[in-house]
Design a protein around this ligand. Sequence first.
Ligand SMILES: Cc1cc2nc3c(=O)[nH]c(=O)nc-3n(C[C@H](O)[C@H](O)[C@H](O)COP(=O)(O)O)c2cc1C
Length: 197
Amino acid sequence: MSNVVGSEGLDILFHKGRTHSAWLDKPVEDDLLKQVYDLAKMGPTSANMCPMRIVFVKSREAKERLKPALDTGNVNKTMKAPVTAIIGMDIHFYEKLPELFPHADAKAWFKDLPENVLEYTALRNSSLQGAYFMLAARSLGLDCGPMSGFNNAKVDEAFFAGTTVKSNFLCNLGYGDASKLHPRSPRLSFAEACKVV
Ligand SMILES: Cc1cc2nc3c(=O)[nH]c(=O)nc-3n(C[C@H](O)[C@H](O)[C@H](O)COP(=O)(O)O)c2cc1C
């Protein structure tokens, strides 16, 4: 068995994977969402803290609850997407560390830190997990439409009230209509973005 992903896999994950805004009329089953999460959860986080929490917004009622929080340009694509994942983060992620990092008292490393430090730690790690999530979704045949154009406070009030979870970003999920894609925008070259020192 080769330990290198083949060209078909690289196309799915990177070369042909695009950010989608238009969706085919094809549902996404809950079991597939579970499969995506079960892949994404395997990606690494600091001290294995796994701060990402996800609400999959699927029902009409829940979509209507999300709608007032969306920037105008994100409303149509989100209302039409089969699923919108709210990628959240538990700021008190340390509560799970006795289970997630059992070989050391990792909870003690974090629990007394100021809230802003906990928040940027959760943001860094849940953003990584959100990226693993998108690649996991692509690897299982789904398309993604990530968005930060929304009001975090409104989403938190509507979906995470009374908890220590806050929203990080949103990600529409479904089967994208490739005929509606714009041409791919360029990326920075290795020489522009990287240095080997
Ligand atoms: C964290 C994040 C936030 C984004 N926010 C928005 C958004 O609010 N609205 C939108 O239309 N696109 C949004 N995008 C989409 C990006 O513009 C898009 O992923 C990028 O241009 C690359 O497109 P490509 O994957 O098709 O090459 C966001 C993407 C990411 C990763």
